[in-house]
Design a protein around this ligand. Structure first.
Ligand code: PDD
Length: 279
């Protein structure tokens, strides 16, 4: 792991006791997928990182070109070509007090990486995943990739306890916002792709953006709006997207099958295209 200027074993205890990330969740993160040694959608993830930093008024303690070197070095030291890179920045270490430190402190920067066998994920995609829907109990700035993930963690656990792989979160109007760590999509009977518009209730998924562009190239019609769980259950296909799962078909929602219960062909086609573009 890279921690504040040093590379060290991931098992090291290297974060200050009074780190604001630990005490207040006062920090943000980013996740990149690495395939065949290449970072997928690198610029888009870096751009989102910059935006999260701006929104939380945290300064990255290194320049972006230096960060690039660090990201690659952490991958190199972990000796893998396929995997995930995790970055976290917090406001730093300071005596516990809610307002920002009066005398600015250096933000904490941590980068970790681990190898991942993408064939496991391919197998999951070939089978399709089950979804459990739950009320969206998060705050109203989900567009910031903050480390405050307690509602997401609880929702994901409830899903797993129910034998589902992901939770879809539903807003007060009955519309799906997104998954606990993925973007939610459906393909309607009429053949239109639907995913929520990039408002403050969802994270603006990098994979969402890339898949949208691929879908447009394929001539698919796309509507950016919320959809209800009922609409998803009547859809021709449903799927999720994220850096770690690419495009993942959804085959059941709340125990009811989506269409014929098999992964949708459009979702699988988009998955193929996304991976091909990355390779
Ligand atoms: N999750 N929505 C939420 C709430 C997320 O946490 C994520 C990403 C996404 C998909 O965004 P992207 O396509 O940029 O990965 C949507 C990451 C992978 C995570 O928390 O590990």
């Amino acid at each position: 792991a890279y921690v504040n200027g040093r590379y060290r074993p991931i098992t090291d205890e290297a974060i200050g006791i009074e780190d604001r990330g630990f005490q207040f969740g006062d920090g943000l993160y980013e996740v990149w997928s690495v395939r065949r040694g290449r970072f997928l959608d690198h610029e888009e993830h870096s751009a989102r990182l910059e935006r999260s930093l701006r929104e939380l008024q945290i300064d990255l303690p290194v320049s972006l070109p230096a960060l690039d070197v660090i990201l690659r070095e952490v991958v190199r030291r972990n000796r893998f070509t396929d995997g995930l890179v995790y970055l976290q920045v917090t406001r730093g270490v300071s005596r516990r007090d809610h307002p920002f430190p009066v005398t600015p402190v250096r933000p904490t920067l941590v980068v970790t990486a681990r190898g991942l066998d993408f064939t496991t994920i391919d197998r999951r995609a070939a089978a399709g995943i089950a979804i459990l829907t739950l009320p969206d109990e998060r705050w109203k700035r989900c567009d910031i990739k903050s480390v405050n993930l307690l509602p997401n963690v609880l929702a994901k656990q409830k899903a797993r306890d129910a034998g589902a792989f992901e939770a879809w979160l539903v807003d007060e109007d009955g519309c799906v916002t997104e998954g606990s760590s993925t973007t939610a999509w459906i393909l309607t009977k009429e053949g239109t792709l639907v995913t929520r518009a990039t408002d403050n209730r969802i994270l603006w998924g990098v994979t969402r953006k890339a898949v949208r562009a691929l879908a447009e190239q394929e001539g698919l019609r796309i509507e950016q709006r919320g959809f209800t769980v009922e609409e998803a259950l009547e859809a021709r296909e449903a799927f999720v997207t994220s850096a770690s799962s690419f495009v993942m078909p959804v085959t059941s929602i709340d125990g009811r099958t989506v269409a014929n219960g098999a992964p949708g062909s459009v979702a699988m086609r988009l998955r193929e295209l996304y991976i091909a573009a990355a390779d």
